[in-house]
Write a protein that binds this ligand. Sequence first.
Ligand code: SAM
Length: 241
Amino acid sequence: MIELRQSTPLWETEGEQKREAVQSLFARIASDYDRANRLLSFNRDRSWRNLAVQKLNLQPGDRALDLCCGTGDFLLPLRQAVGTSGNLTGLDFCEPMLRQASAKDESSHLVLGDATNLPFQAEEFHAITIGWGIRNVPNIDQAHQEAFRVLKRGGRFVSLDCAEPRNSIIRVTTRFGRSALTKLLGSAFHARQEYSYLDESSKRFRSREELADSMRAAGFTSVQFQDLMLGNICIHWGTKP
Ligand SMILES: C[S@@+](CC[C@H](N)C(=O)[O-])C[C@H]1O[C@@H](n2cnc3c(N)ncnc32)[C@H](O)[C@@H]1O
């Protein structure tokens, strides 16, 4: 087994260093990512994705973009919403994650690119999703601005990610549980630093209100959010007026 040693823990990196650290982290765990996701979400991630897609009001034939698409698990509910006449694009900057996505879904267009510098024209998409992605992006405000730019007027953006429960008892209990679970997965998949990152980055992530403010600052209106799993998960959504 090759051990990864870094002077700065992954979760304390910022800017370009964070970008590179996150990219290589997901390259290392790509083959185990789906299994880990099912375990960490207690197999609830699919229903959360379905709920997030419902917020988009997509119609058959629409064009949707999934940012930080990873292994492509958002593409399935998006395909159900836009139908076979719809057009789906998944974007991620980690090639091994995209390879997993392409093995799963042949009908979507997969693009290797950065969520903070999108290779698309303005107003190309009817809707945009991002699942457990915004937390990993070094410049969250810029990612929101880019999503706003490529969205059509009237289109919706939805972001699904981890959150810290508001209730202090639930917060302490779930921090303990999440830390134990990520340590267990880190040992099982021989990737301790990588799975610790999932835990540590959740603790350091922006609050619900800060994320909503960043979306509003990017131009989104009717910004709302909804807690799931006792506040451990939060969906944010907003509209481009
Ligand atoms: C936790 S995974 C989420 C994957 C998928 N969205 C899901 O719902 O399971 C985070 C993904 O974000 C990607 N990512 C992180 N920062 C990115 C960026 N700046 N641009 C594009 N992709 C990024 C990573 O490569 C990784 O595939």
